[in-house]
Design a protein around this ligand. Structure first.
Ligand code: 5GP
Ligand code: MN
Length: 346
């Protein structure tokens, strides 16, 4: 049985805000992943099914690996269509923020939204949401924002408006944020939710292939190079480091999304319980961390990389050279105590 989890008062307020609004903007975090963009498209489609003028407005572009998602072409990307994004935000009577816990996670679009007097609702599963929202549906223990959006749709009584397109988008977000249902965040109730989504006739085999196992030849070669030439393993600490410089990325014709999933690969090695990947993007070094068990990587990202995230999946940005980033890694490594796998110690 799928229990109701959303506070009645919050649920009623969010429903009231939706009913009182015609123009609604939905947004999600920068460098959107399957959960961020899947939840946004699903909710947007549901609101349009209700007769609303809903629009997804996002800070930057969606990686190629997710371009198969239905209705993606209707999304407004701030870095590509700033004026249109600003116009949609200024017209909106309600802004719904998905899959992030602080407005700073949406870059320049965050400034536009923060300056707007329009009510803001948050639906999210990250720890410690910053309270600049009028209503918050925040459950850090949830597997994904897509799980929460499904629960919201059902608990709000909008279930009859769910269709195959919505089910596909929600399924992709749940699948990608649970590592295809392998993480402990996948609860028994989540499988009931997925069972319900499957009744809409979604093709989960195809969605898995498209969302999680489709790479260009350049991307497969880049990942092979990274693992063969650039992976360092510090077995005594249970840590692996992967780094890719601008030149290395360019050599493999890097395009956004090409390193998706790479940070998980070292965790296949039994001795490795923390994997850190540093990729030199044009403006900063993007850091991605993954871990297994009770080894919190969000603390590392918060402390050293202006970031955050979940206990076992986190990220951040480093402003400096790759050598400086690697120096920081060694500072972190020194503090990692392999024998003390609890949340008070890195
Ligand atoms: P990824 O490594 O796939 O980019 O991100 C994994 C998770 O880490 C995201 O779902 C998000 O929760 C968190 N994350 C990634 N980058 C950042 C960042 O720059 N700031 C914060 N606060 N969290 C991040
Ligand atoms: Mn998520």
């Amino acid at each position: 049985m799928i229990h109701s989890i959303i506070d009645n008062h919050v649920l009623n307020n969010v429903c009231r805000l939706i009913h009182e609004s015609t123009h609604i903007v939905i947004t999600c975090h920068k460098s959107p992943d399957g959960d961020a963009i899947g939840s946004s498209l699903a909710l947007c489609h549901l609101l349009n099914n209700m007769g609303k003028m809903a629009n997804v407005v996002i800070p930057d572009s969606v990686p190629r690996t997710l371009h198969f998602l239905p209705t993606l072409r209707d999304v407004t990307v701030y870095t590509k269509a700033e004026l249109r994004a600003k116009r949609l935000v200024s017209q909106a009577e309600l802004i719904i923020c998905l899959d992030f816990n602080a407005i700073t996670r949406i870059d320049k679009l965050g400034v536009v939204i923060e300056e707007s007097p329009t009510p803001r609702v948050l639906i999210d599963h990250h720890l410690d949401p910053v309270s600049h929202f009028d209503e918050m549906i925040s459950f850090p223990e949830a597997s994904s924002t897509c799980e929460l959006v499904y629960r919201f749709m059902s608990e709000a009584g909008y279930g009859s408006l769910i269709d195959k397109l919505i089910a596909e988008c929600l399924y992709v977000g749940i699948m990608t944020d649970t590592g295809n249902f392998t993480y402990s965040s996948a609860s028994p109730e989540l499988y009931e939710i997925v069972a319900n989504l499957m009744t809409y006739g979604i093709d989960k085999e195809q969605l898995y292939r498209l969302a999680m196992n489709t790479y260009s030849a350049d991307s497969v070669r880049l990942q092979g190079y990274a693992l063969h030439e650039k992976m360092q393993i510090f077995a005594d600490k249970g840590v692996a480091l992967l780094t890719l410089t601008r030149e290395e990325l360019q050599h493999f014709n890097y395009r956004k999304g090409d390193t998706e999933g790479l940070v998980n690969k070292p965790l296949a090695i039994p001795e490795v319980t923390i994997s850190i990947f540093m990729r030199q993007d044009p403006d900063f070094i993007k850091v991605s961390c993954r871990s297994q068990g009770d080894r919190p990587v969000n603390d590392i990202c918060r402390q050293y990389f202006n970031g955050g995230g979940h206990r076992n999946a986190a990220g951040g940005d480093f402003y400096g050279t790759m050598d400086q980033a690697i120096d920081t890694f060694f500072t972190i490594l020194e503090q990692i105590n392999p024998d003390n796998n609890n949340s008070t110690s890195l």
